[in-house]
Design a protein. Structure first.
Lengths: 288, 290
């Protein structure tokens, strides 16, 4: 287990009239190398949860383990290590670009890790390639880039630290369909090639279904489910009740299945649907 | 006059006439009380068009008339802005006051609306977006969907004839998106507002009366959602998606399976697929191999 929480509870504004429990007794474990989708409506605790993974927030009670170590033991070295082991890409990460050139911005993290100049350069180049930016960008000011490019430069800055766990909070928000596909496929390649653990926070069930292996469902500050993609989607009606959206095509196949047609309910993408329908027709089609 | 907006041969570039054109000879007429969705990938000119519709930007070439007023007529600027209400992507950029009802009253104060009338309009606007109970709340403590509805109420209170919305749901979760869409549709039905919705979400575009697709500063498709989403290949070529059900029909037709082209919603898709599975729809046996 690369990340584990035990009875993690977090309260905002303790002792004020605005006290609110943002996480309530959450125990989750994330396997090394997994690609985990985190879903839940706004205010369900997703962002509060991931902020605990690299010690940005301190639990009100409960424990957080990164790579087997309790990061809130007295010694702060574990917390510093956690910062480098878990790379967090916040929502709208392009707002965090601040250096004078793209190169310097991406190099900022590795520099703080105390790496050699040579190693820093290598890291910058590799992560630039991962996010699909051209070398011409390196000497530009980050503010000259387009919106989608800025987003990718910001993500490269976190990848350059080679974290064991890469956590991305809504990396595709506000992008058009092509921009979204581009970013998500880059992240998929990164996951495949580096073997690192990836956590993707998203509102889009389609995106999660197409990318993740397992899903954490957050609802009202608690972890409602943590299971494989098919297992989670089996609870479609429950997911809709808590304000989440099931892909249209999944709903279609759940209805067909209920009507007695011999089709699978675990259809999340148009590719799945096409394959399923064609194989049904090949098998003769009709209802038995 | 049934047309609220008339765009004639509109060209626009940010750097004057020599610069690249962001909008290139665009013609568009929008009927009063219609609901028009505008689609296009980032950088295709959608937002530039929207800003030309309420005189935030003025044409480099061609003309824009809103309610019959030429947008370059500076003396009528106030009339234009009052009629064309604009809602942006991020409600945080649009909300300024620290209490919901004060935020909604802001524009009315600027318009010099008398106090009694103002109180009435604030209440009406909040009721219209379903946020009356949050009247005395602080906007920053609301959810994204609620904030966006407050931003819409702030515009509605000015009683605009047309609501121009530039990706109003991009930052919202599914529940927030549904709230905003339901509000918009209700305003159109109950108050006769014309709605122009710029969006990346195909499921929202499907709910409009008319869909306009832009690419490279031009309009490349214009018609009902049923018509527009038949053009799957063309939409893909300009980096746009279609609803999943329409995509599935498009793929099945490639195998010579005679399903209808235009299936946009879940119910119709279930119906077509069940007919297909019961062998009521023609397909050549062995035409596909998987």
């Amino acid at each position: 287990m690369i990340i584990k929480t035990e009875h993690l509870t977090y309260k905002y504004g303790i002792g004020t009239p605005f006290e609110k429990t943002a996480l309530d007794d959450v125990s989750v474990s994330i396997k090394e190398g997994d690609y985990v989708g985190v879903i839940g409506h706004t205010g369900s605790g997703k962002s509060t949860l991931i902020s605990h993974f690299n010690a940005i927030l301190k639990p009100t009670s409960g424990k957080v383990f990164v790579d087997g170590q309790d990061i809130w033991q007295d010694d702060k070295t574990e917390r510093i290590k956690a910062r480098f082991k878990v790379g967090l890409v916040f929502q709208y990460p392009e707002h965090q670009l601040f250096e004078d050139t793209v190169y310097n911005d991406i190099a900022f993290g590795p520099k703080n890790m105390g790496l050699s100049g040579e190693e820093i350069e290598k890291r910058v180049m590799t992560s630039l390639e991962f996010v699909g930016l051209s070398k011409d960008c390196l000497e530009k000011s980050p503010f000259e880039l387009s919106g989608g490019q800025k987003r990718r430069a910001a993500i490269a800055g976190v990848m350059a630290m080679s974290p064991k766990v890469l956590v991305l909070d809504e990396p595709a928000a506000g992008l058009d369909p092509r921009g979204r596909d581009e970013i998500l496929s880059r992240i998929r390649d990164y996951h495949k090639e580096t073997g690192s653990t990836v956590l993707l926070v998203s509102h889009s069930m389609e995106d999660i279904a197409e990318n993740a292996n397992s899903i954490i469902v957050m609802n009202r500050a608690a972890c409602m489910m943590h299971a494989s993609v098919p297992e989670v989607f089996e609870h479609a009606s429950q997911l809709e009740k808590i304000g989440l959206d099931i892909p249209q095509i999944t709903r279609v196949f759940i209805s067909l299945h209920k009507l007695g047609y011999p089709v699978s309910q675990n259809i999340y993408t148009v590719d799945d649907a096409e394959r399923e329908i064609l194989s049904c027709l090949k098998g003769g089609g009709a209802r038995d | 006059m049934s047309e609220i907006i008339s765009v004639e041969n509109l060209s626009f570039s940010y750097g004057g006439q020599k610069d690249t054109l962001v909008l290139d000879g665009l013609d568009l007429k929008i009927e009063q009380n219609s609901f028009v969705a505008v689609l296009g990938h980032n950088g295709c000119g959608k937002s530039t068009l929207a800003k030309n519709l309420n005189a935030i930007l003025l044409p480099t070439g061609g003309k824009v008339y809103v309610c019959g007023i030429d947008t370059t007529d500076e003396s009528r600027l106030f009339d234009i802005r009052r009629r064309m209400g604009m809602v942006f992507q991020n409600p945080d950029n649009q909300i300024i006051a620290t209490v919901v009802d004060e935020d909604i009253a802001f524009a009315l104060e600027n318009l010099g609306v008398p106090h009694d009338e103002m109180v009435k309009r604030v209440d009406e606007a909040l009721a219209a977006v379903g946020m009356s109970e949050y009247k005395h709340h602080a906007p920053h403590r609301l959810s994204g969907g609620q904030k966006q509805r407050v931003a819409i109420a702030g515009i509605i209170a000015m009683k605009p004839q047309c609501l121009i919305m530039d990706e109003p749901t991009a930052m919202l979760d599914p529940r927030g998106r549904k709230e905003v869409m339901a509000t918009v549709k209700r305003l159109k039905e109950e108050q006769g507002v014309t709605v122009i919705l710029i969006t990346h979400y195909m499921d929202e575009a499907v709910q409009a009366d008319r869909v306009v697709v832009m690419d490279d500063g031009k309009i490349i498709l214009d018609g009902t959602p049923e018509y527009v989403f038949q053009n799957v290949g063309l939409l893909h070529s300009v980096a746009l998606d279609v609803p999943q059900s329409a995509e599935l029909m498009y793929r099945l037709r490639k195998y010579d399976i005679k399903v209808p082209i235009s299936v946009l919603n879940e119910g119709d898709c279930v119906k077509v697929l069940s007919e297909l599975l019961e062998n009521k729809i023609d397909y050549k046996d062995g035409a596909f191999d998987i």
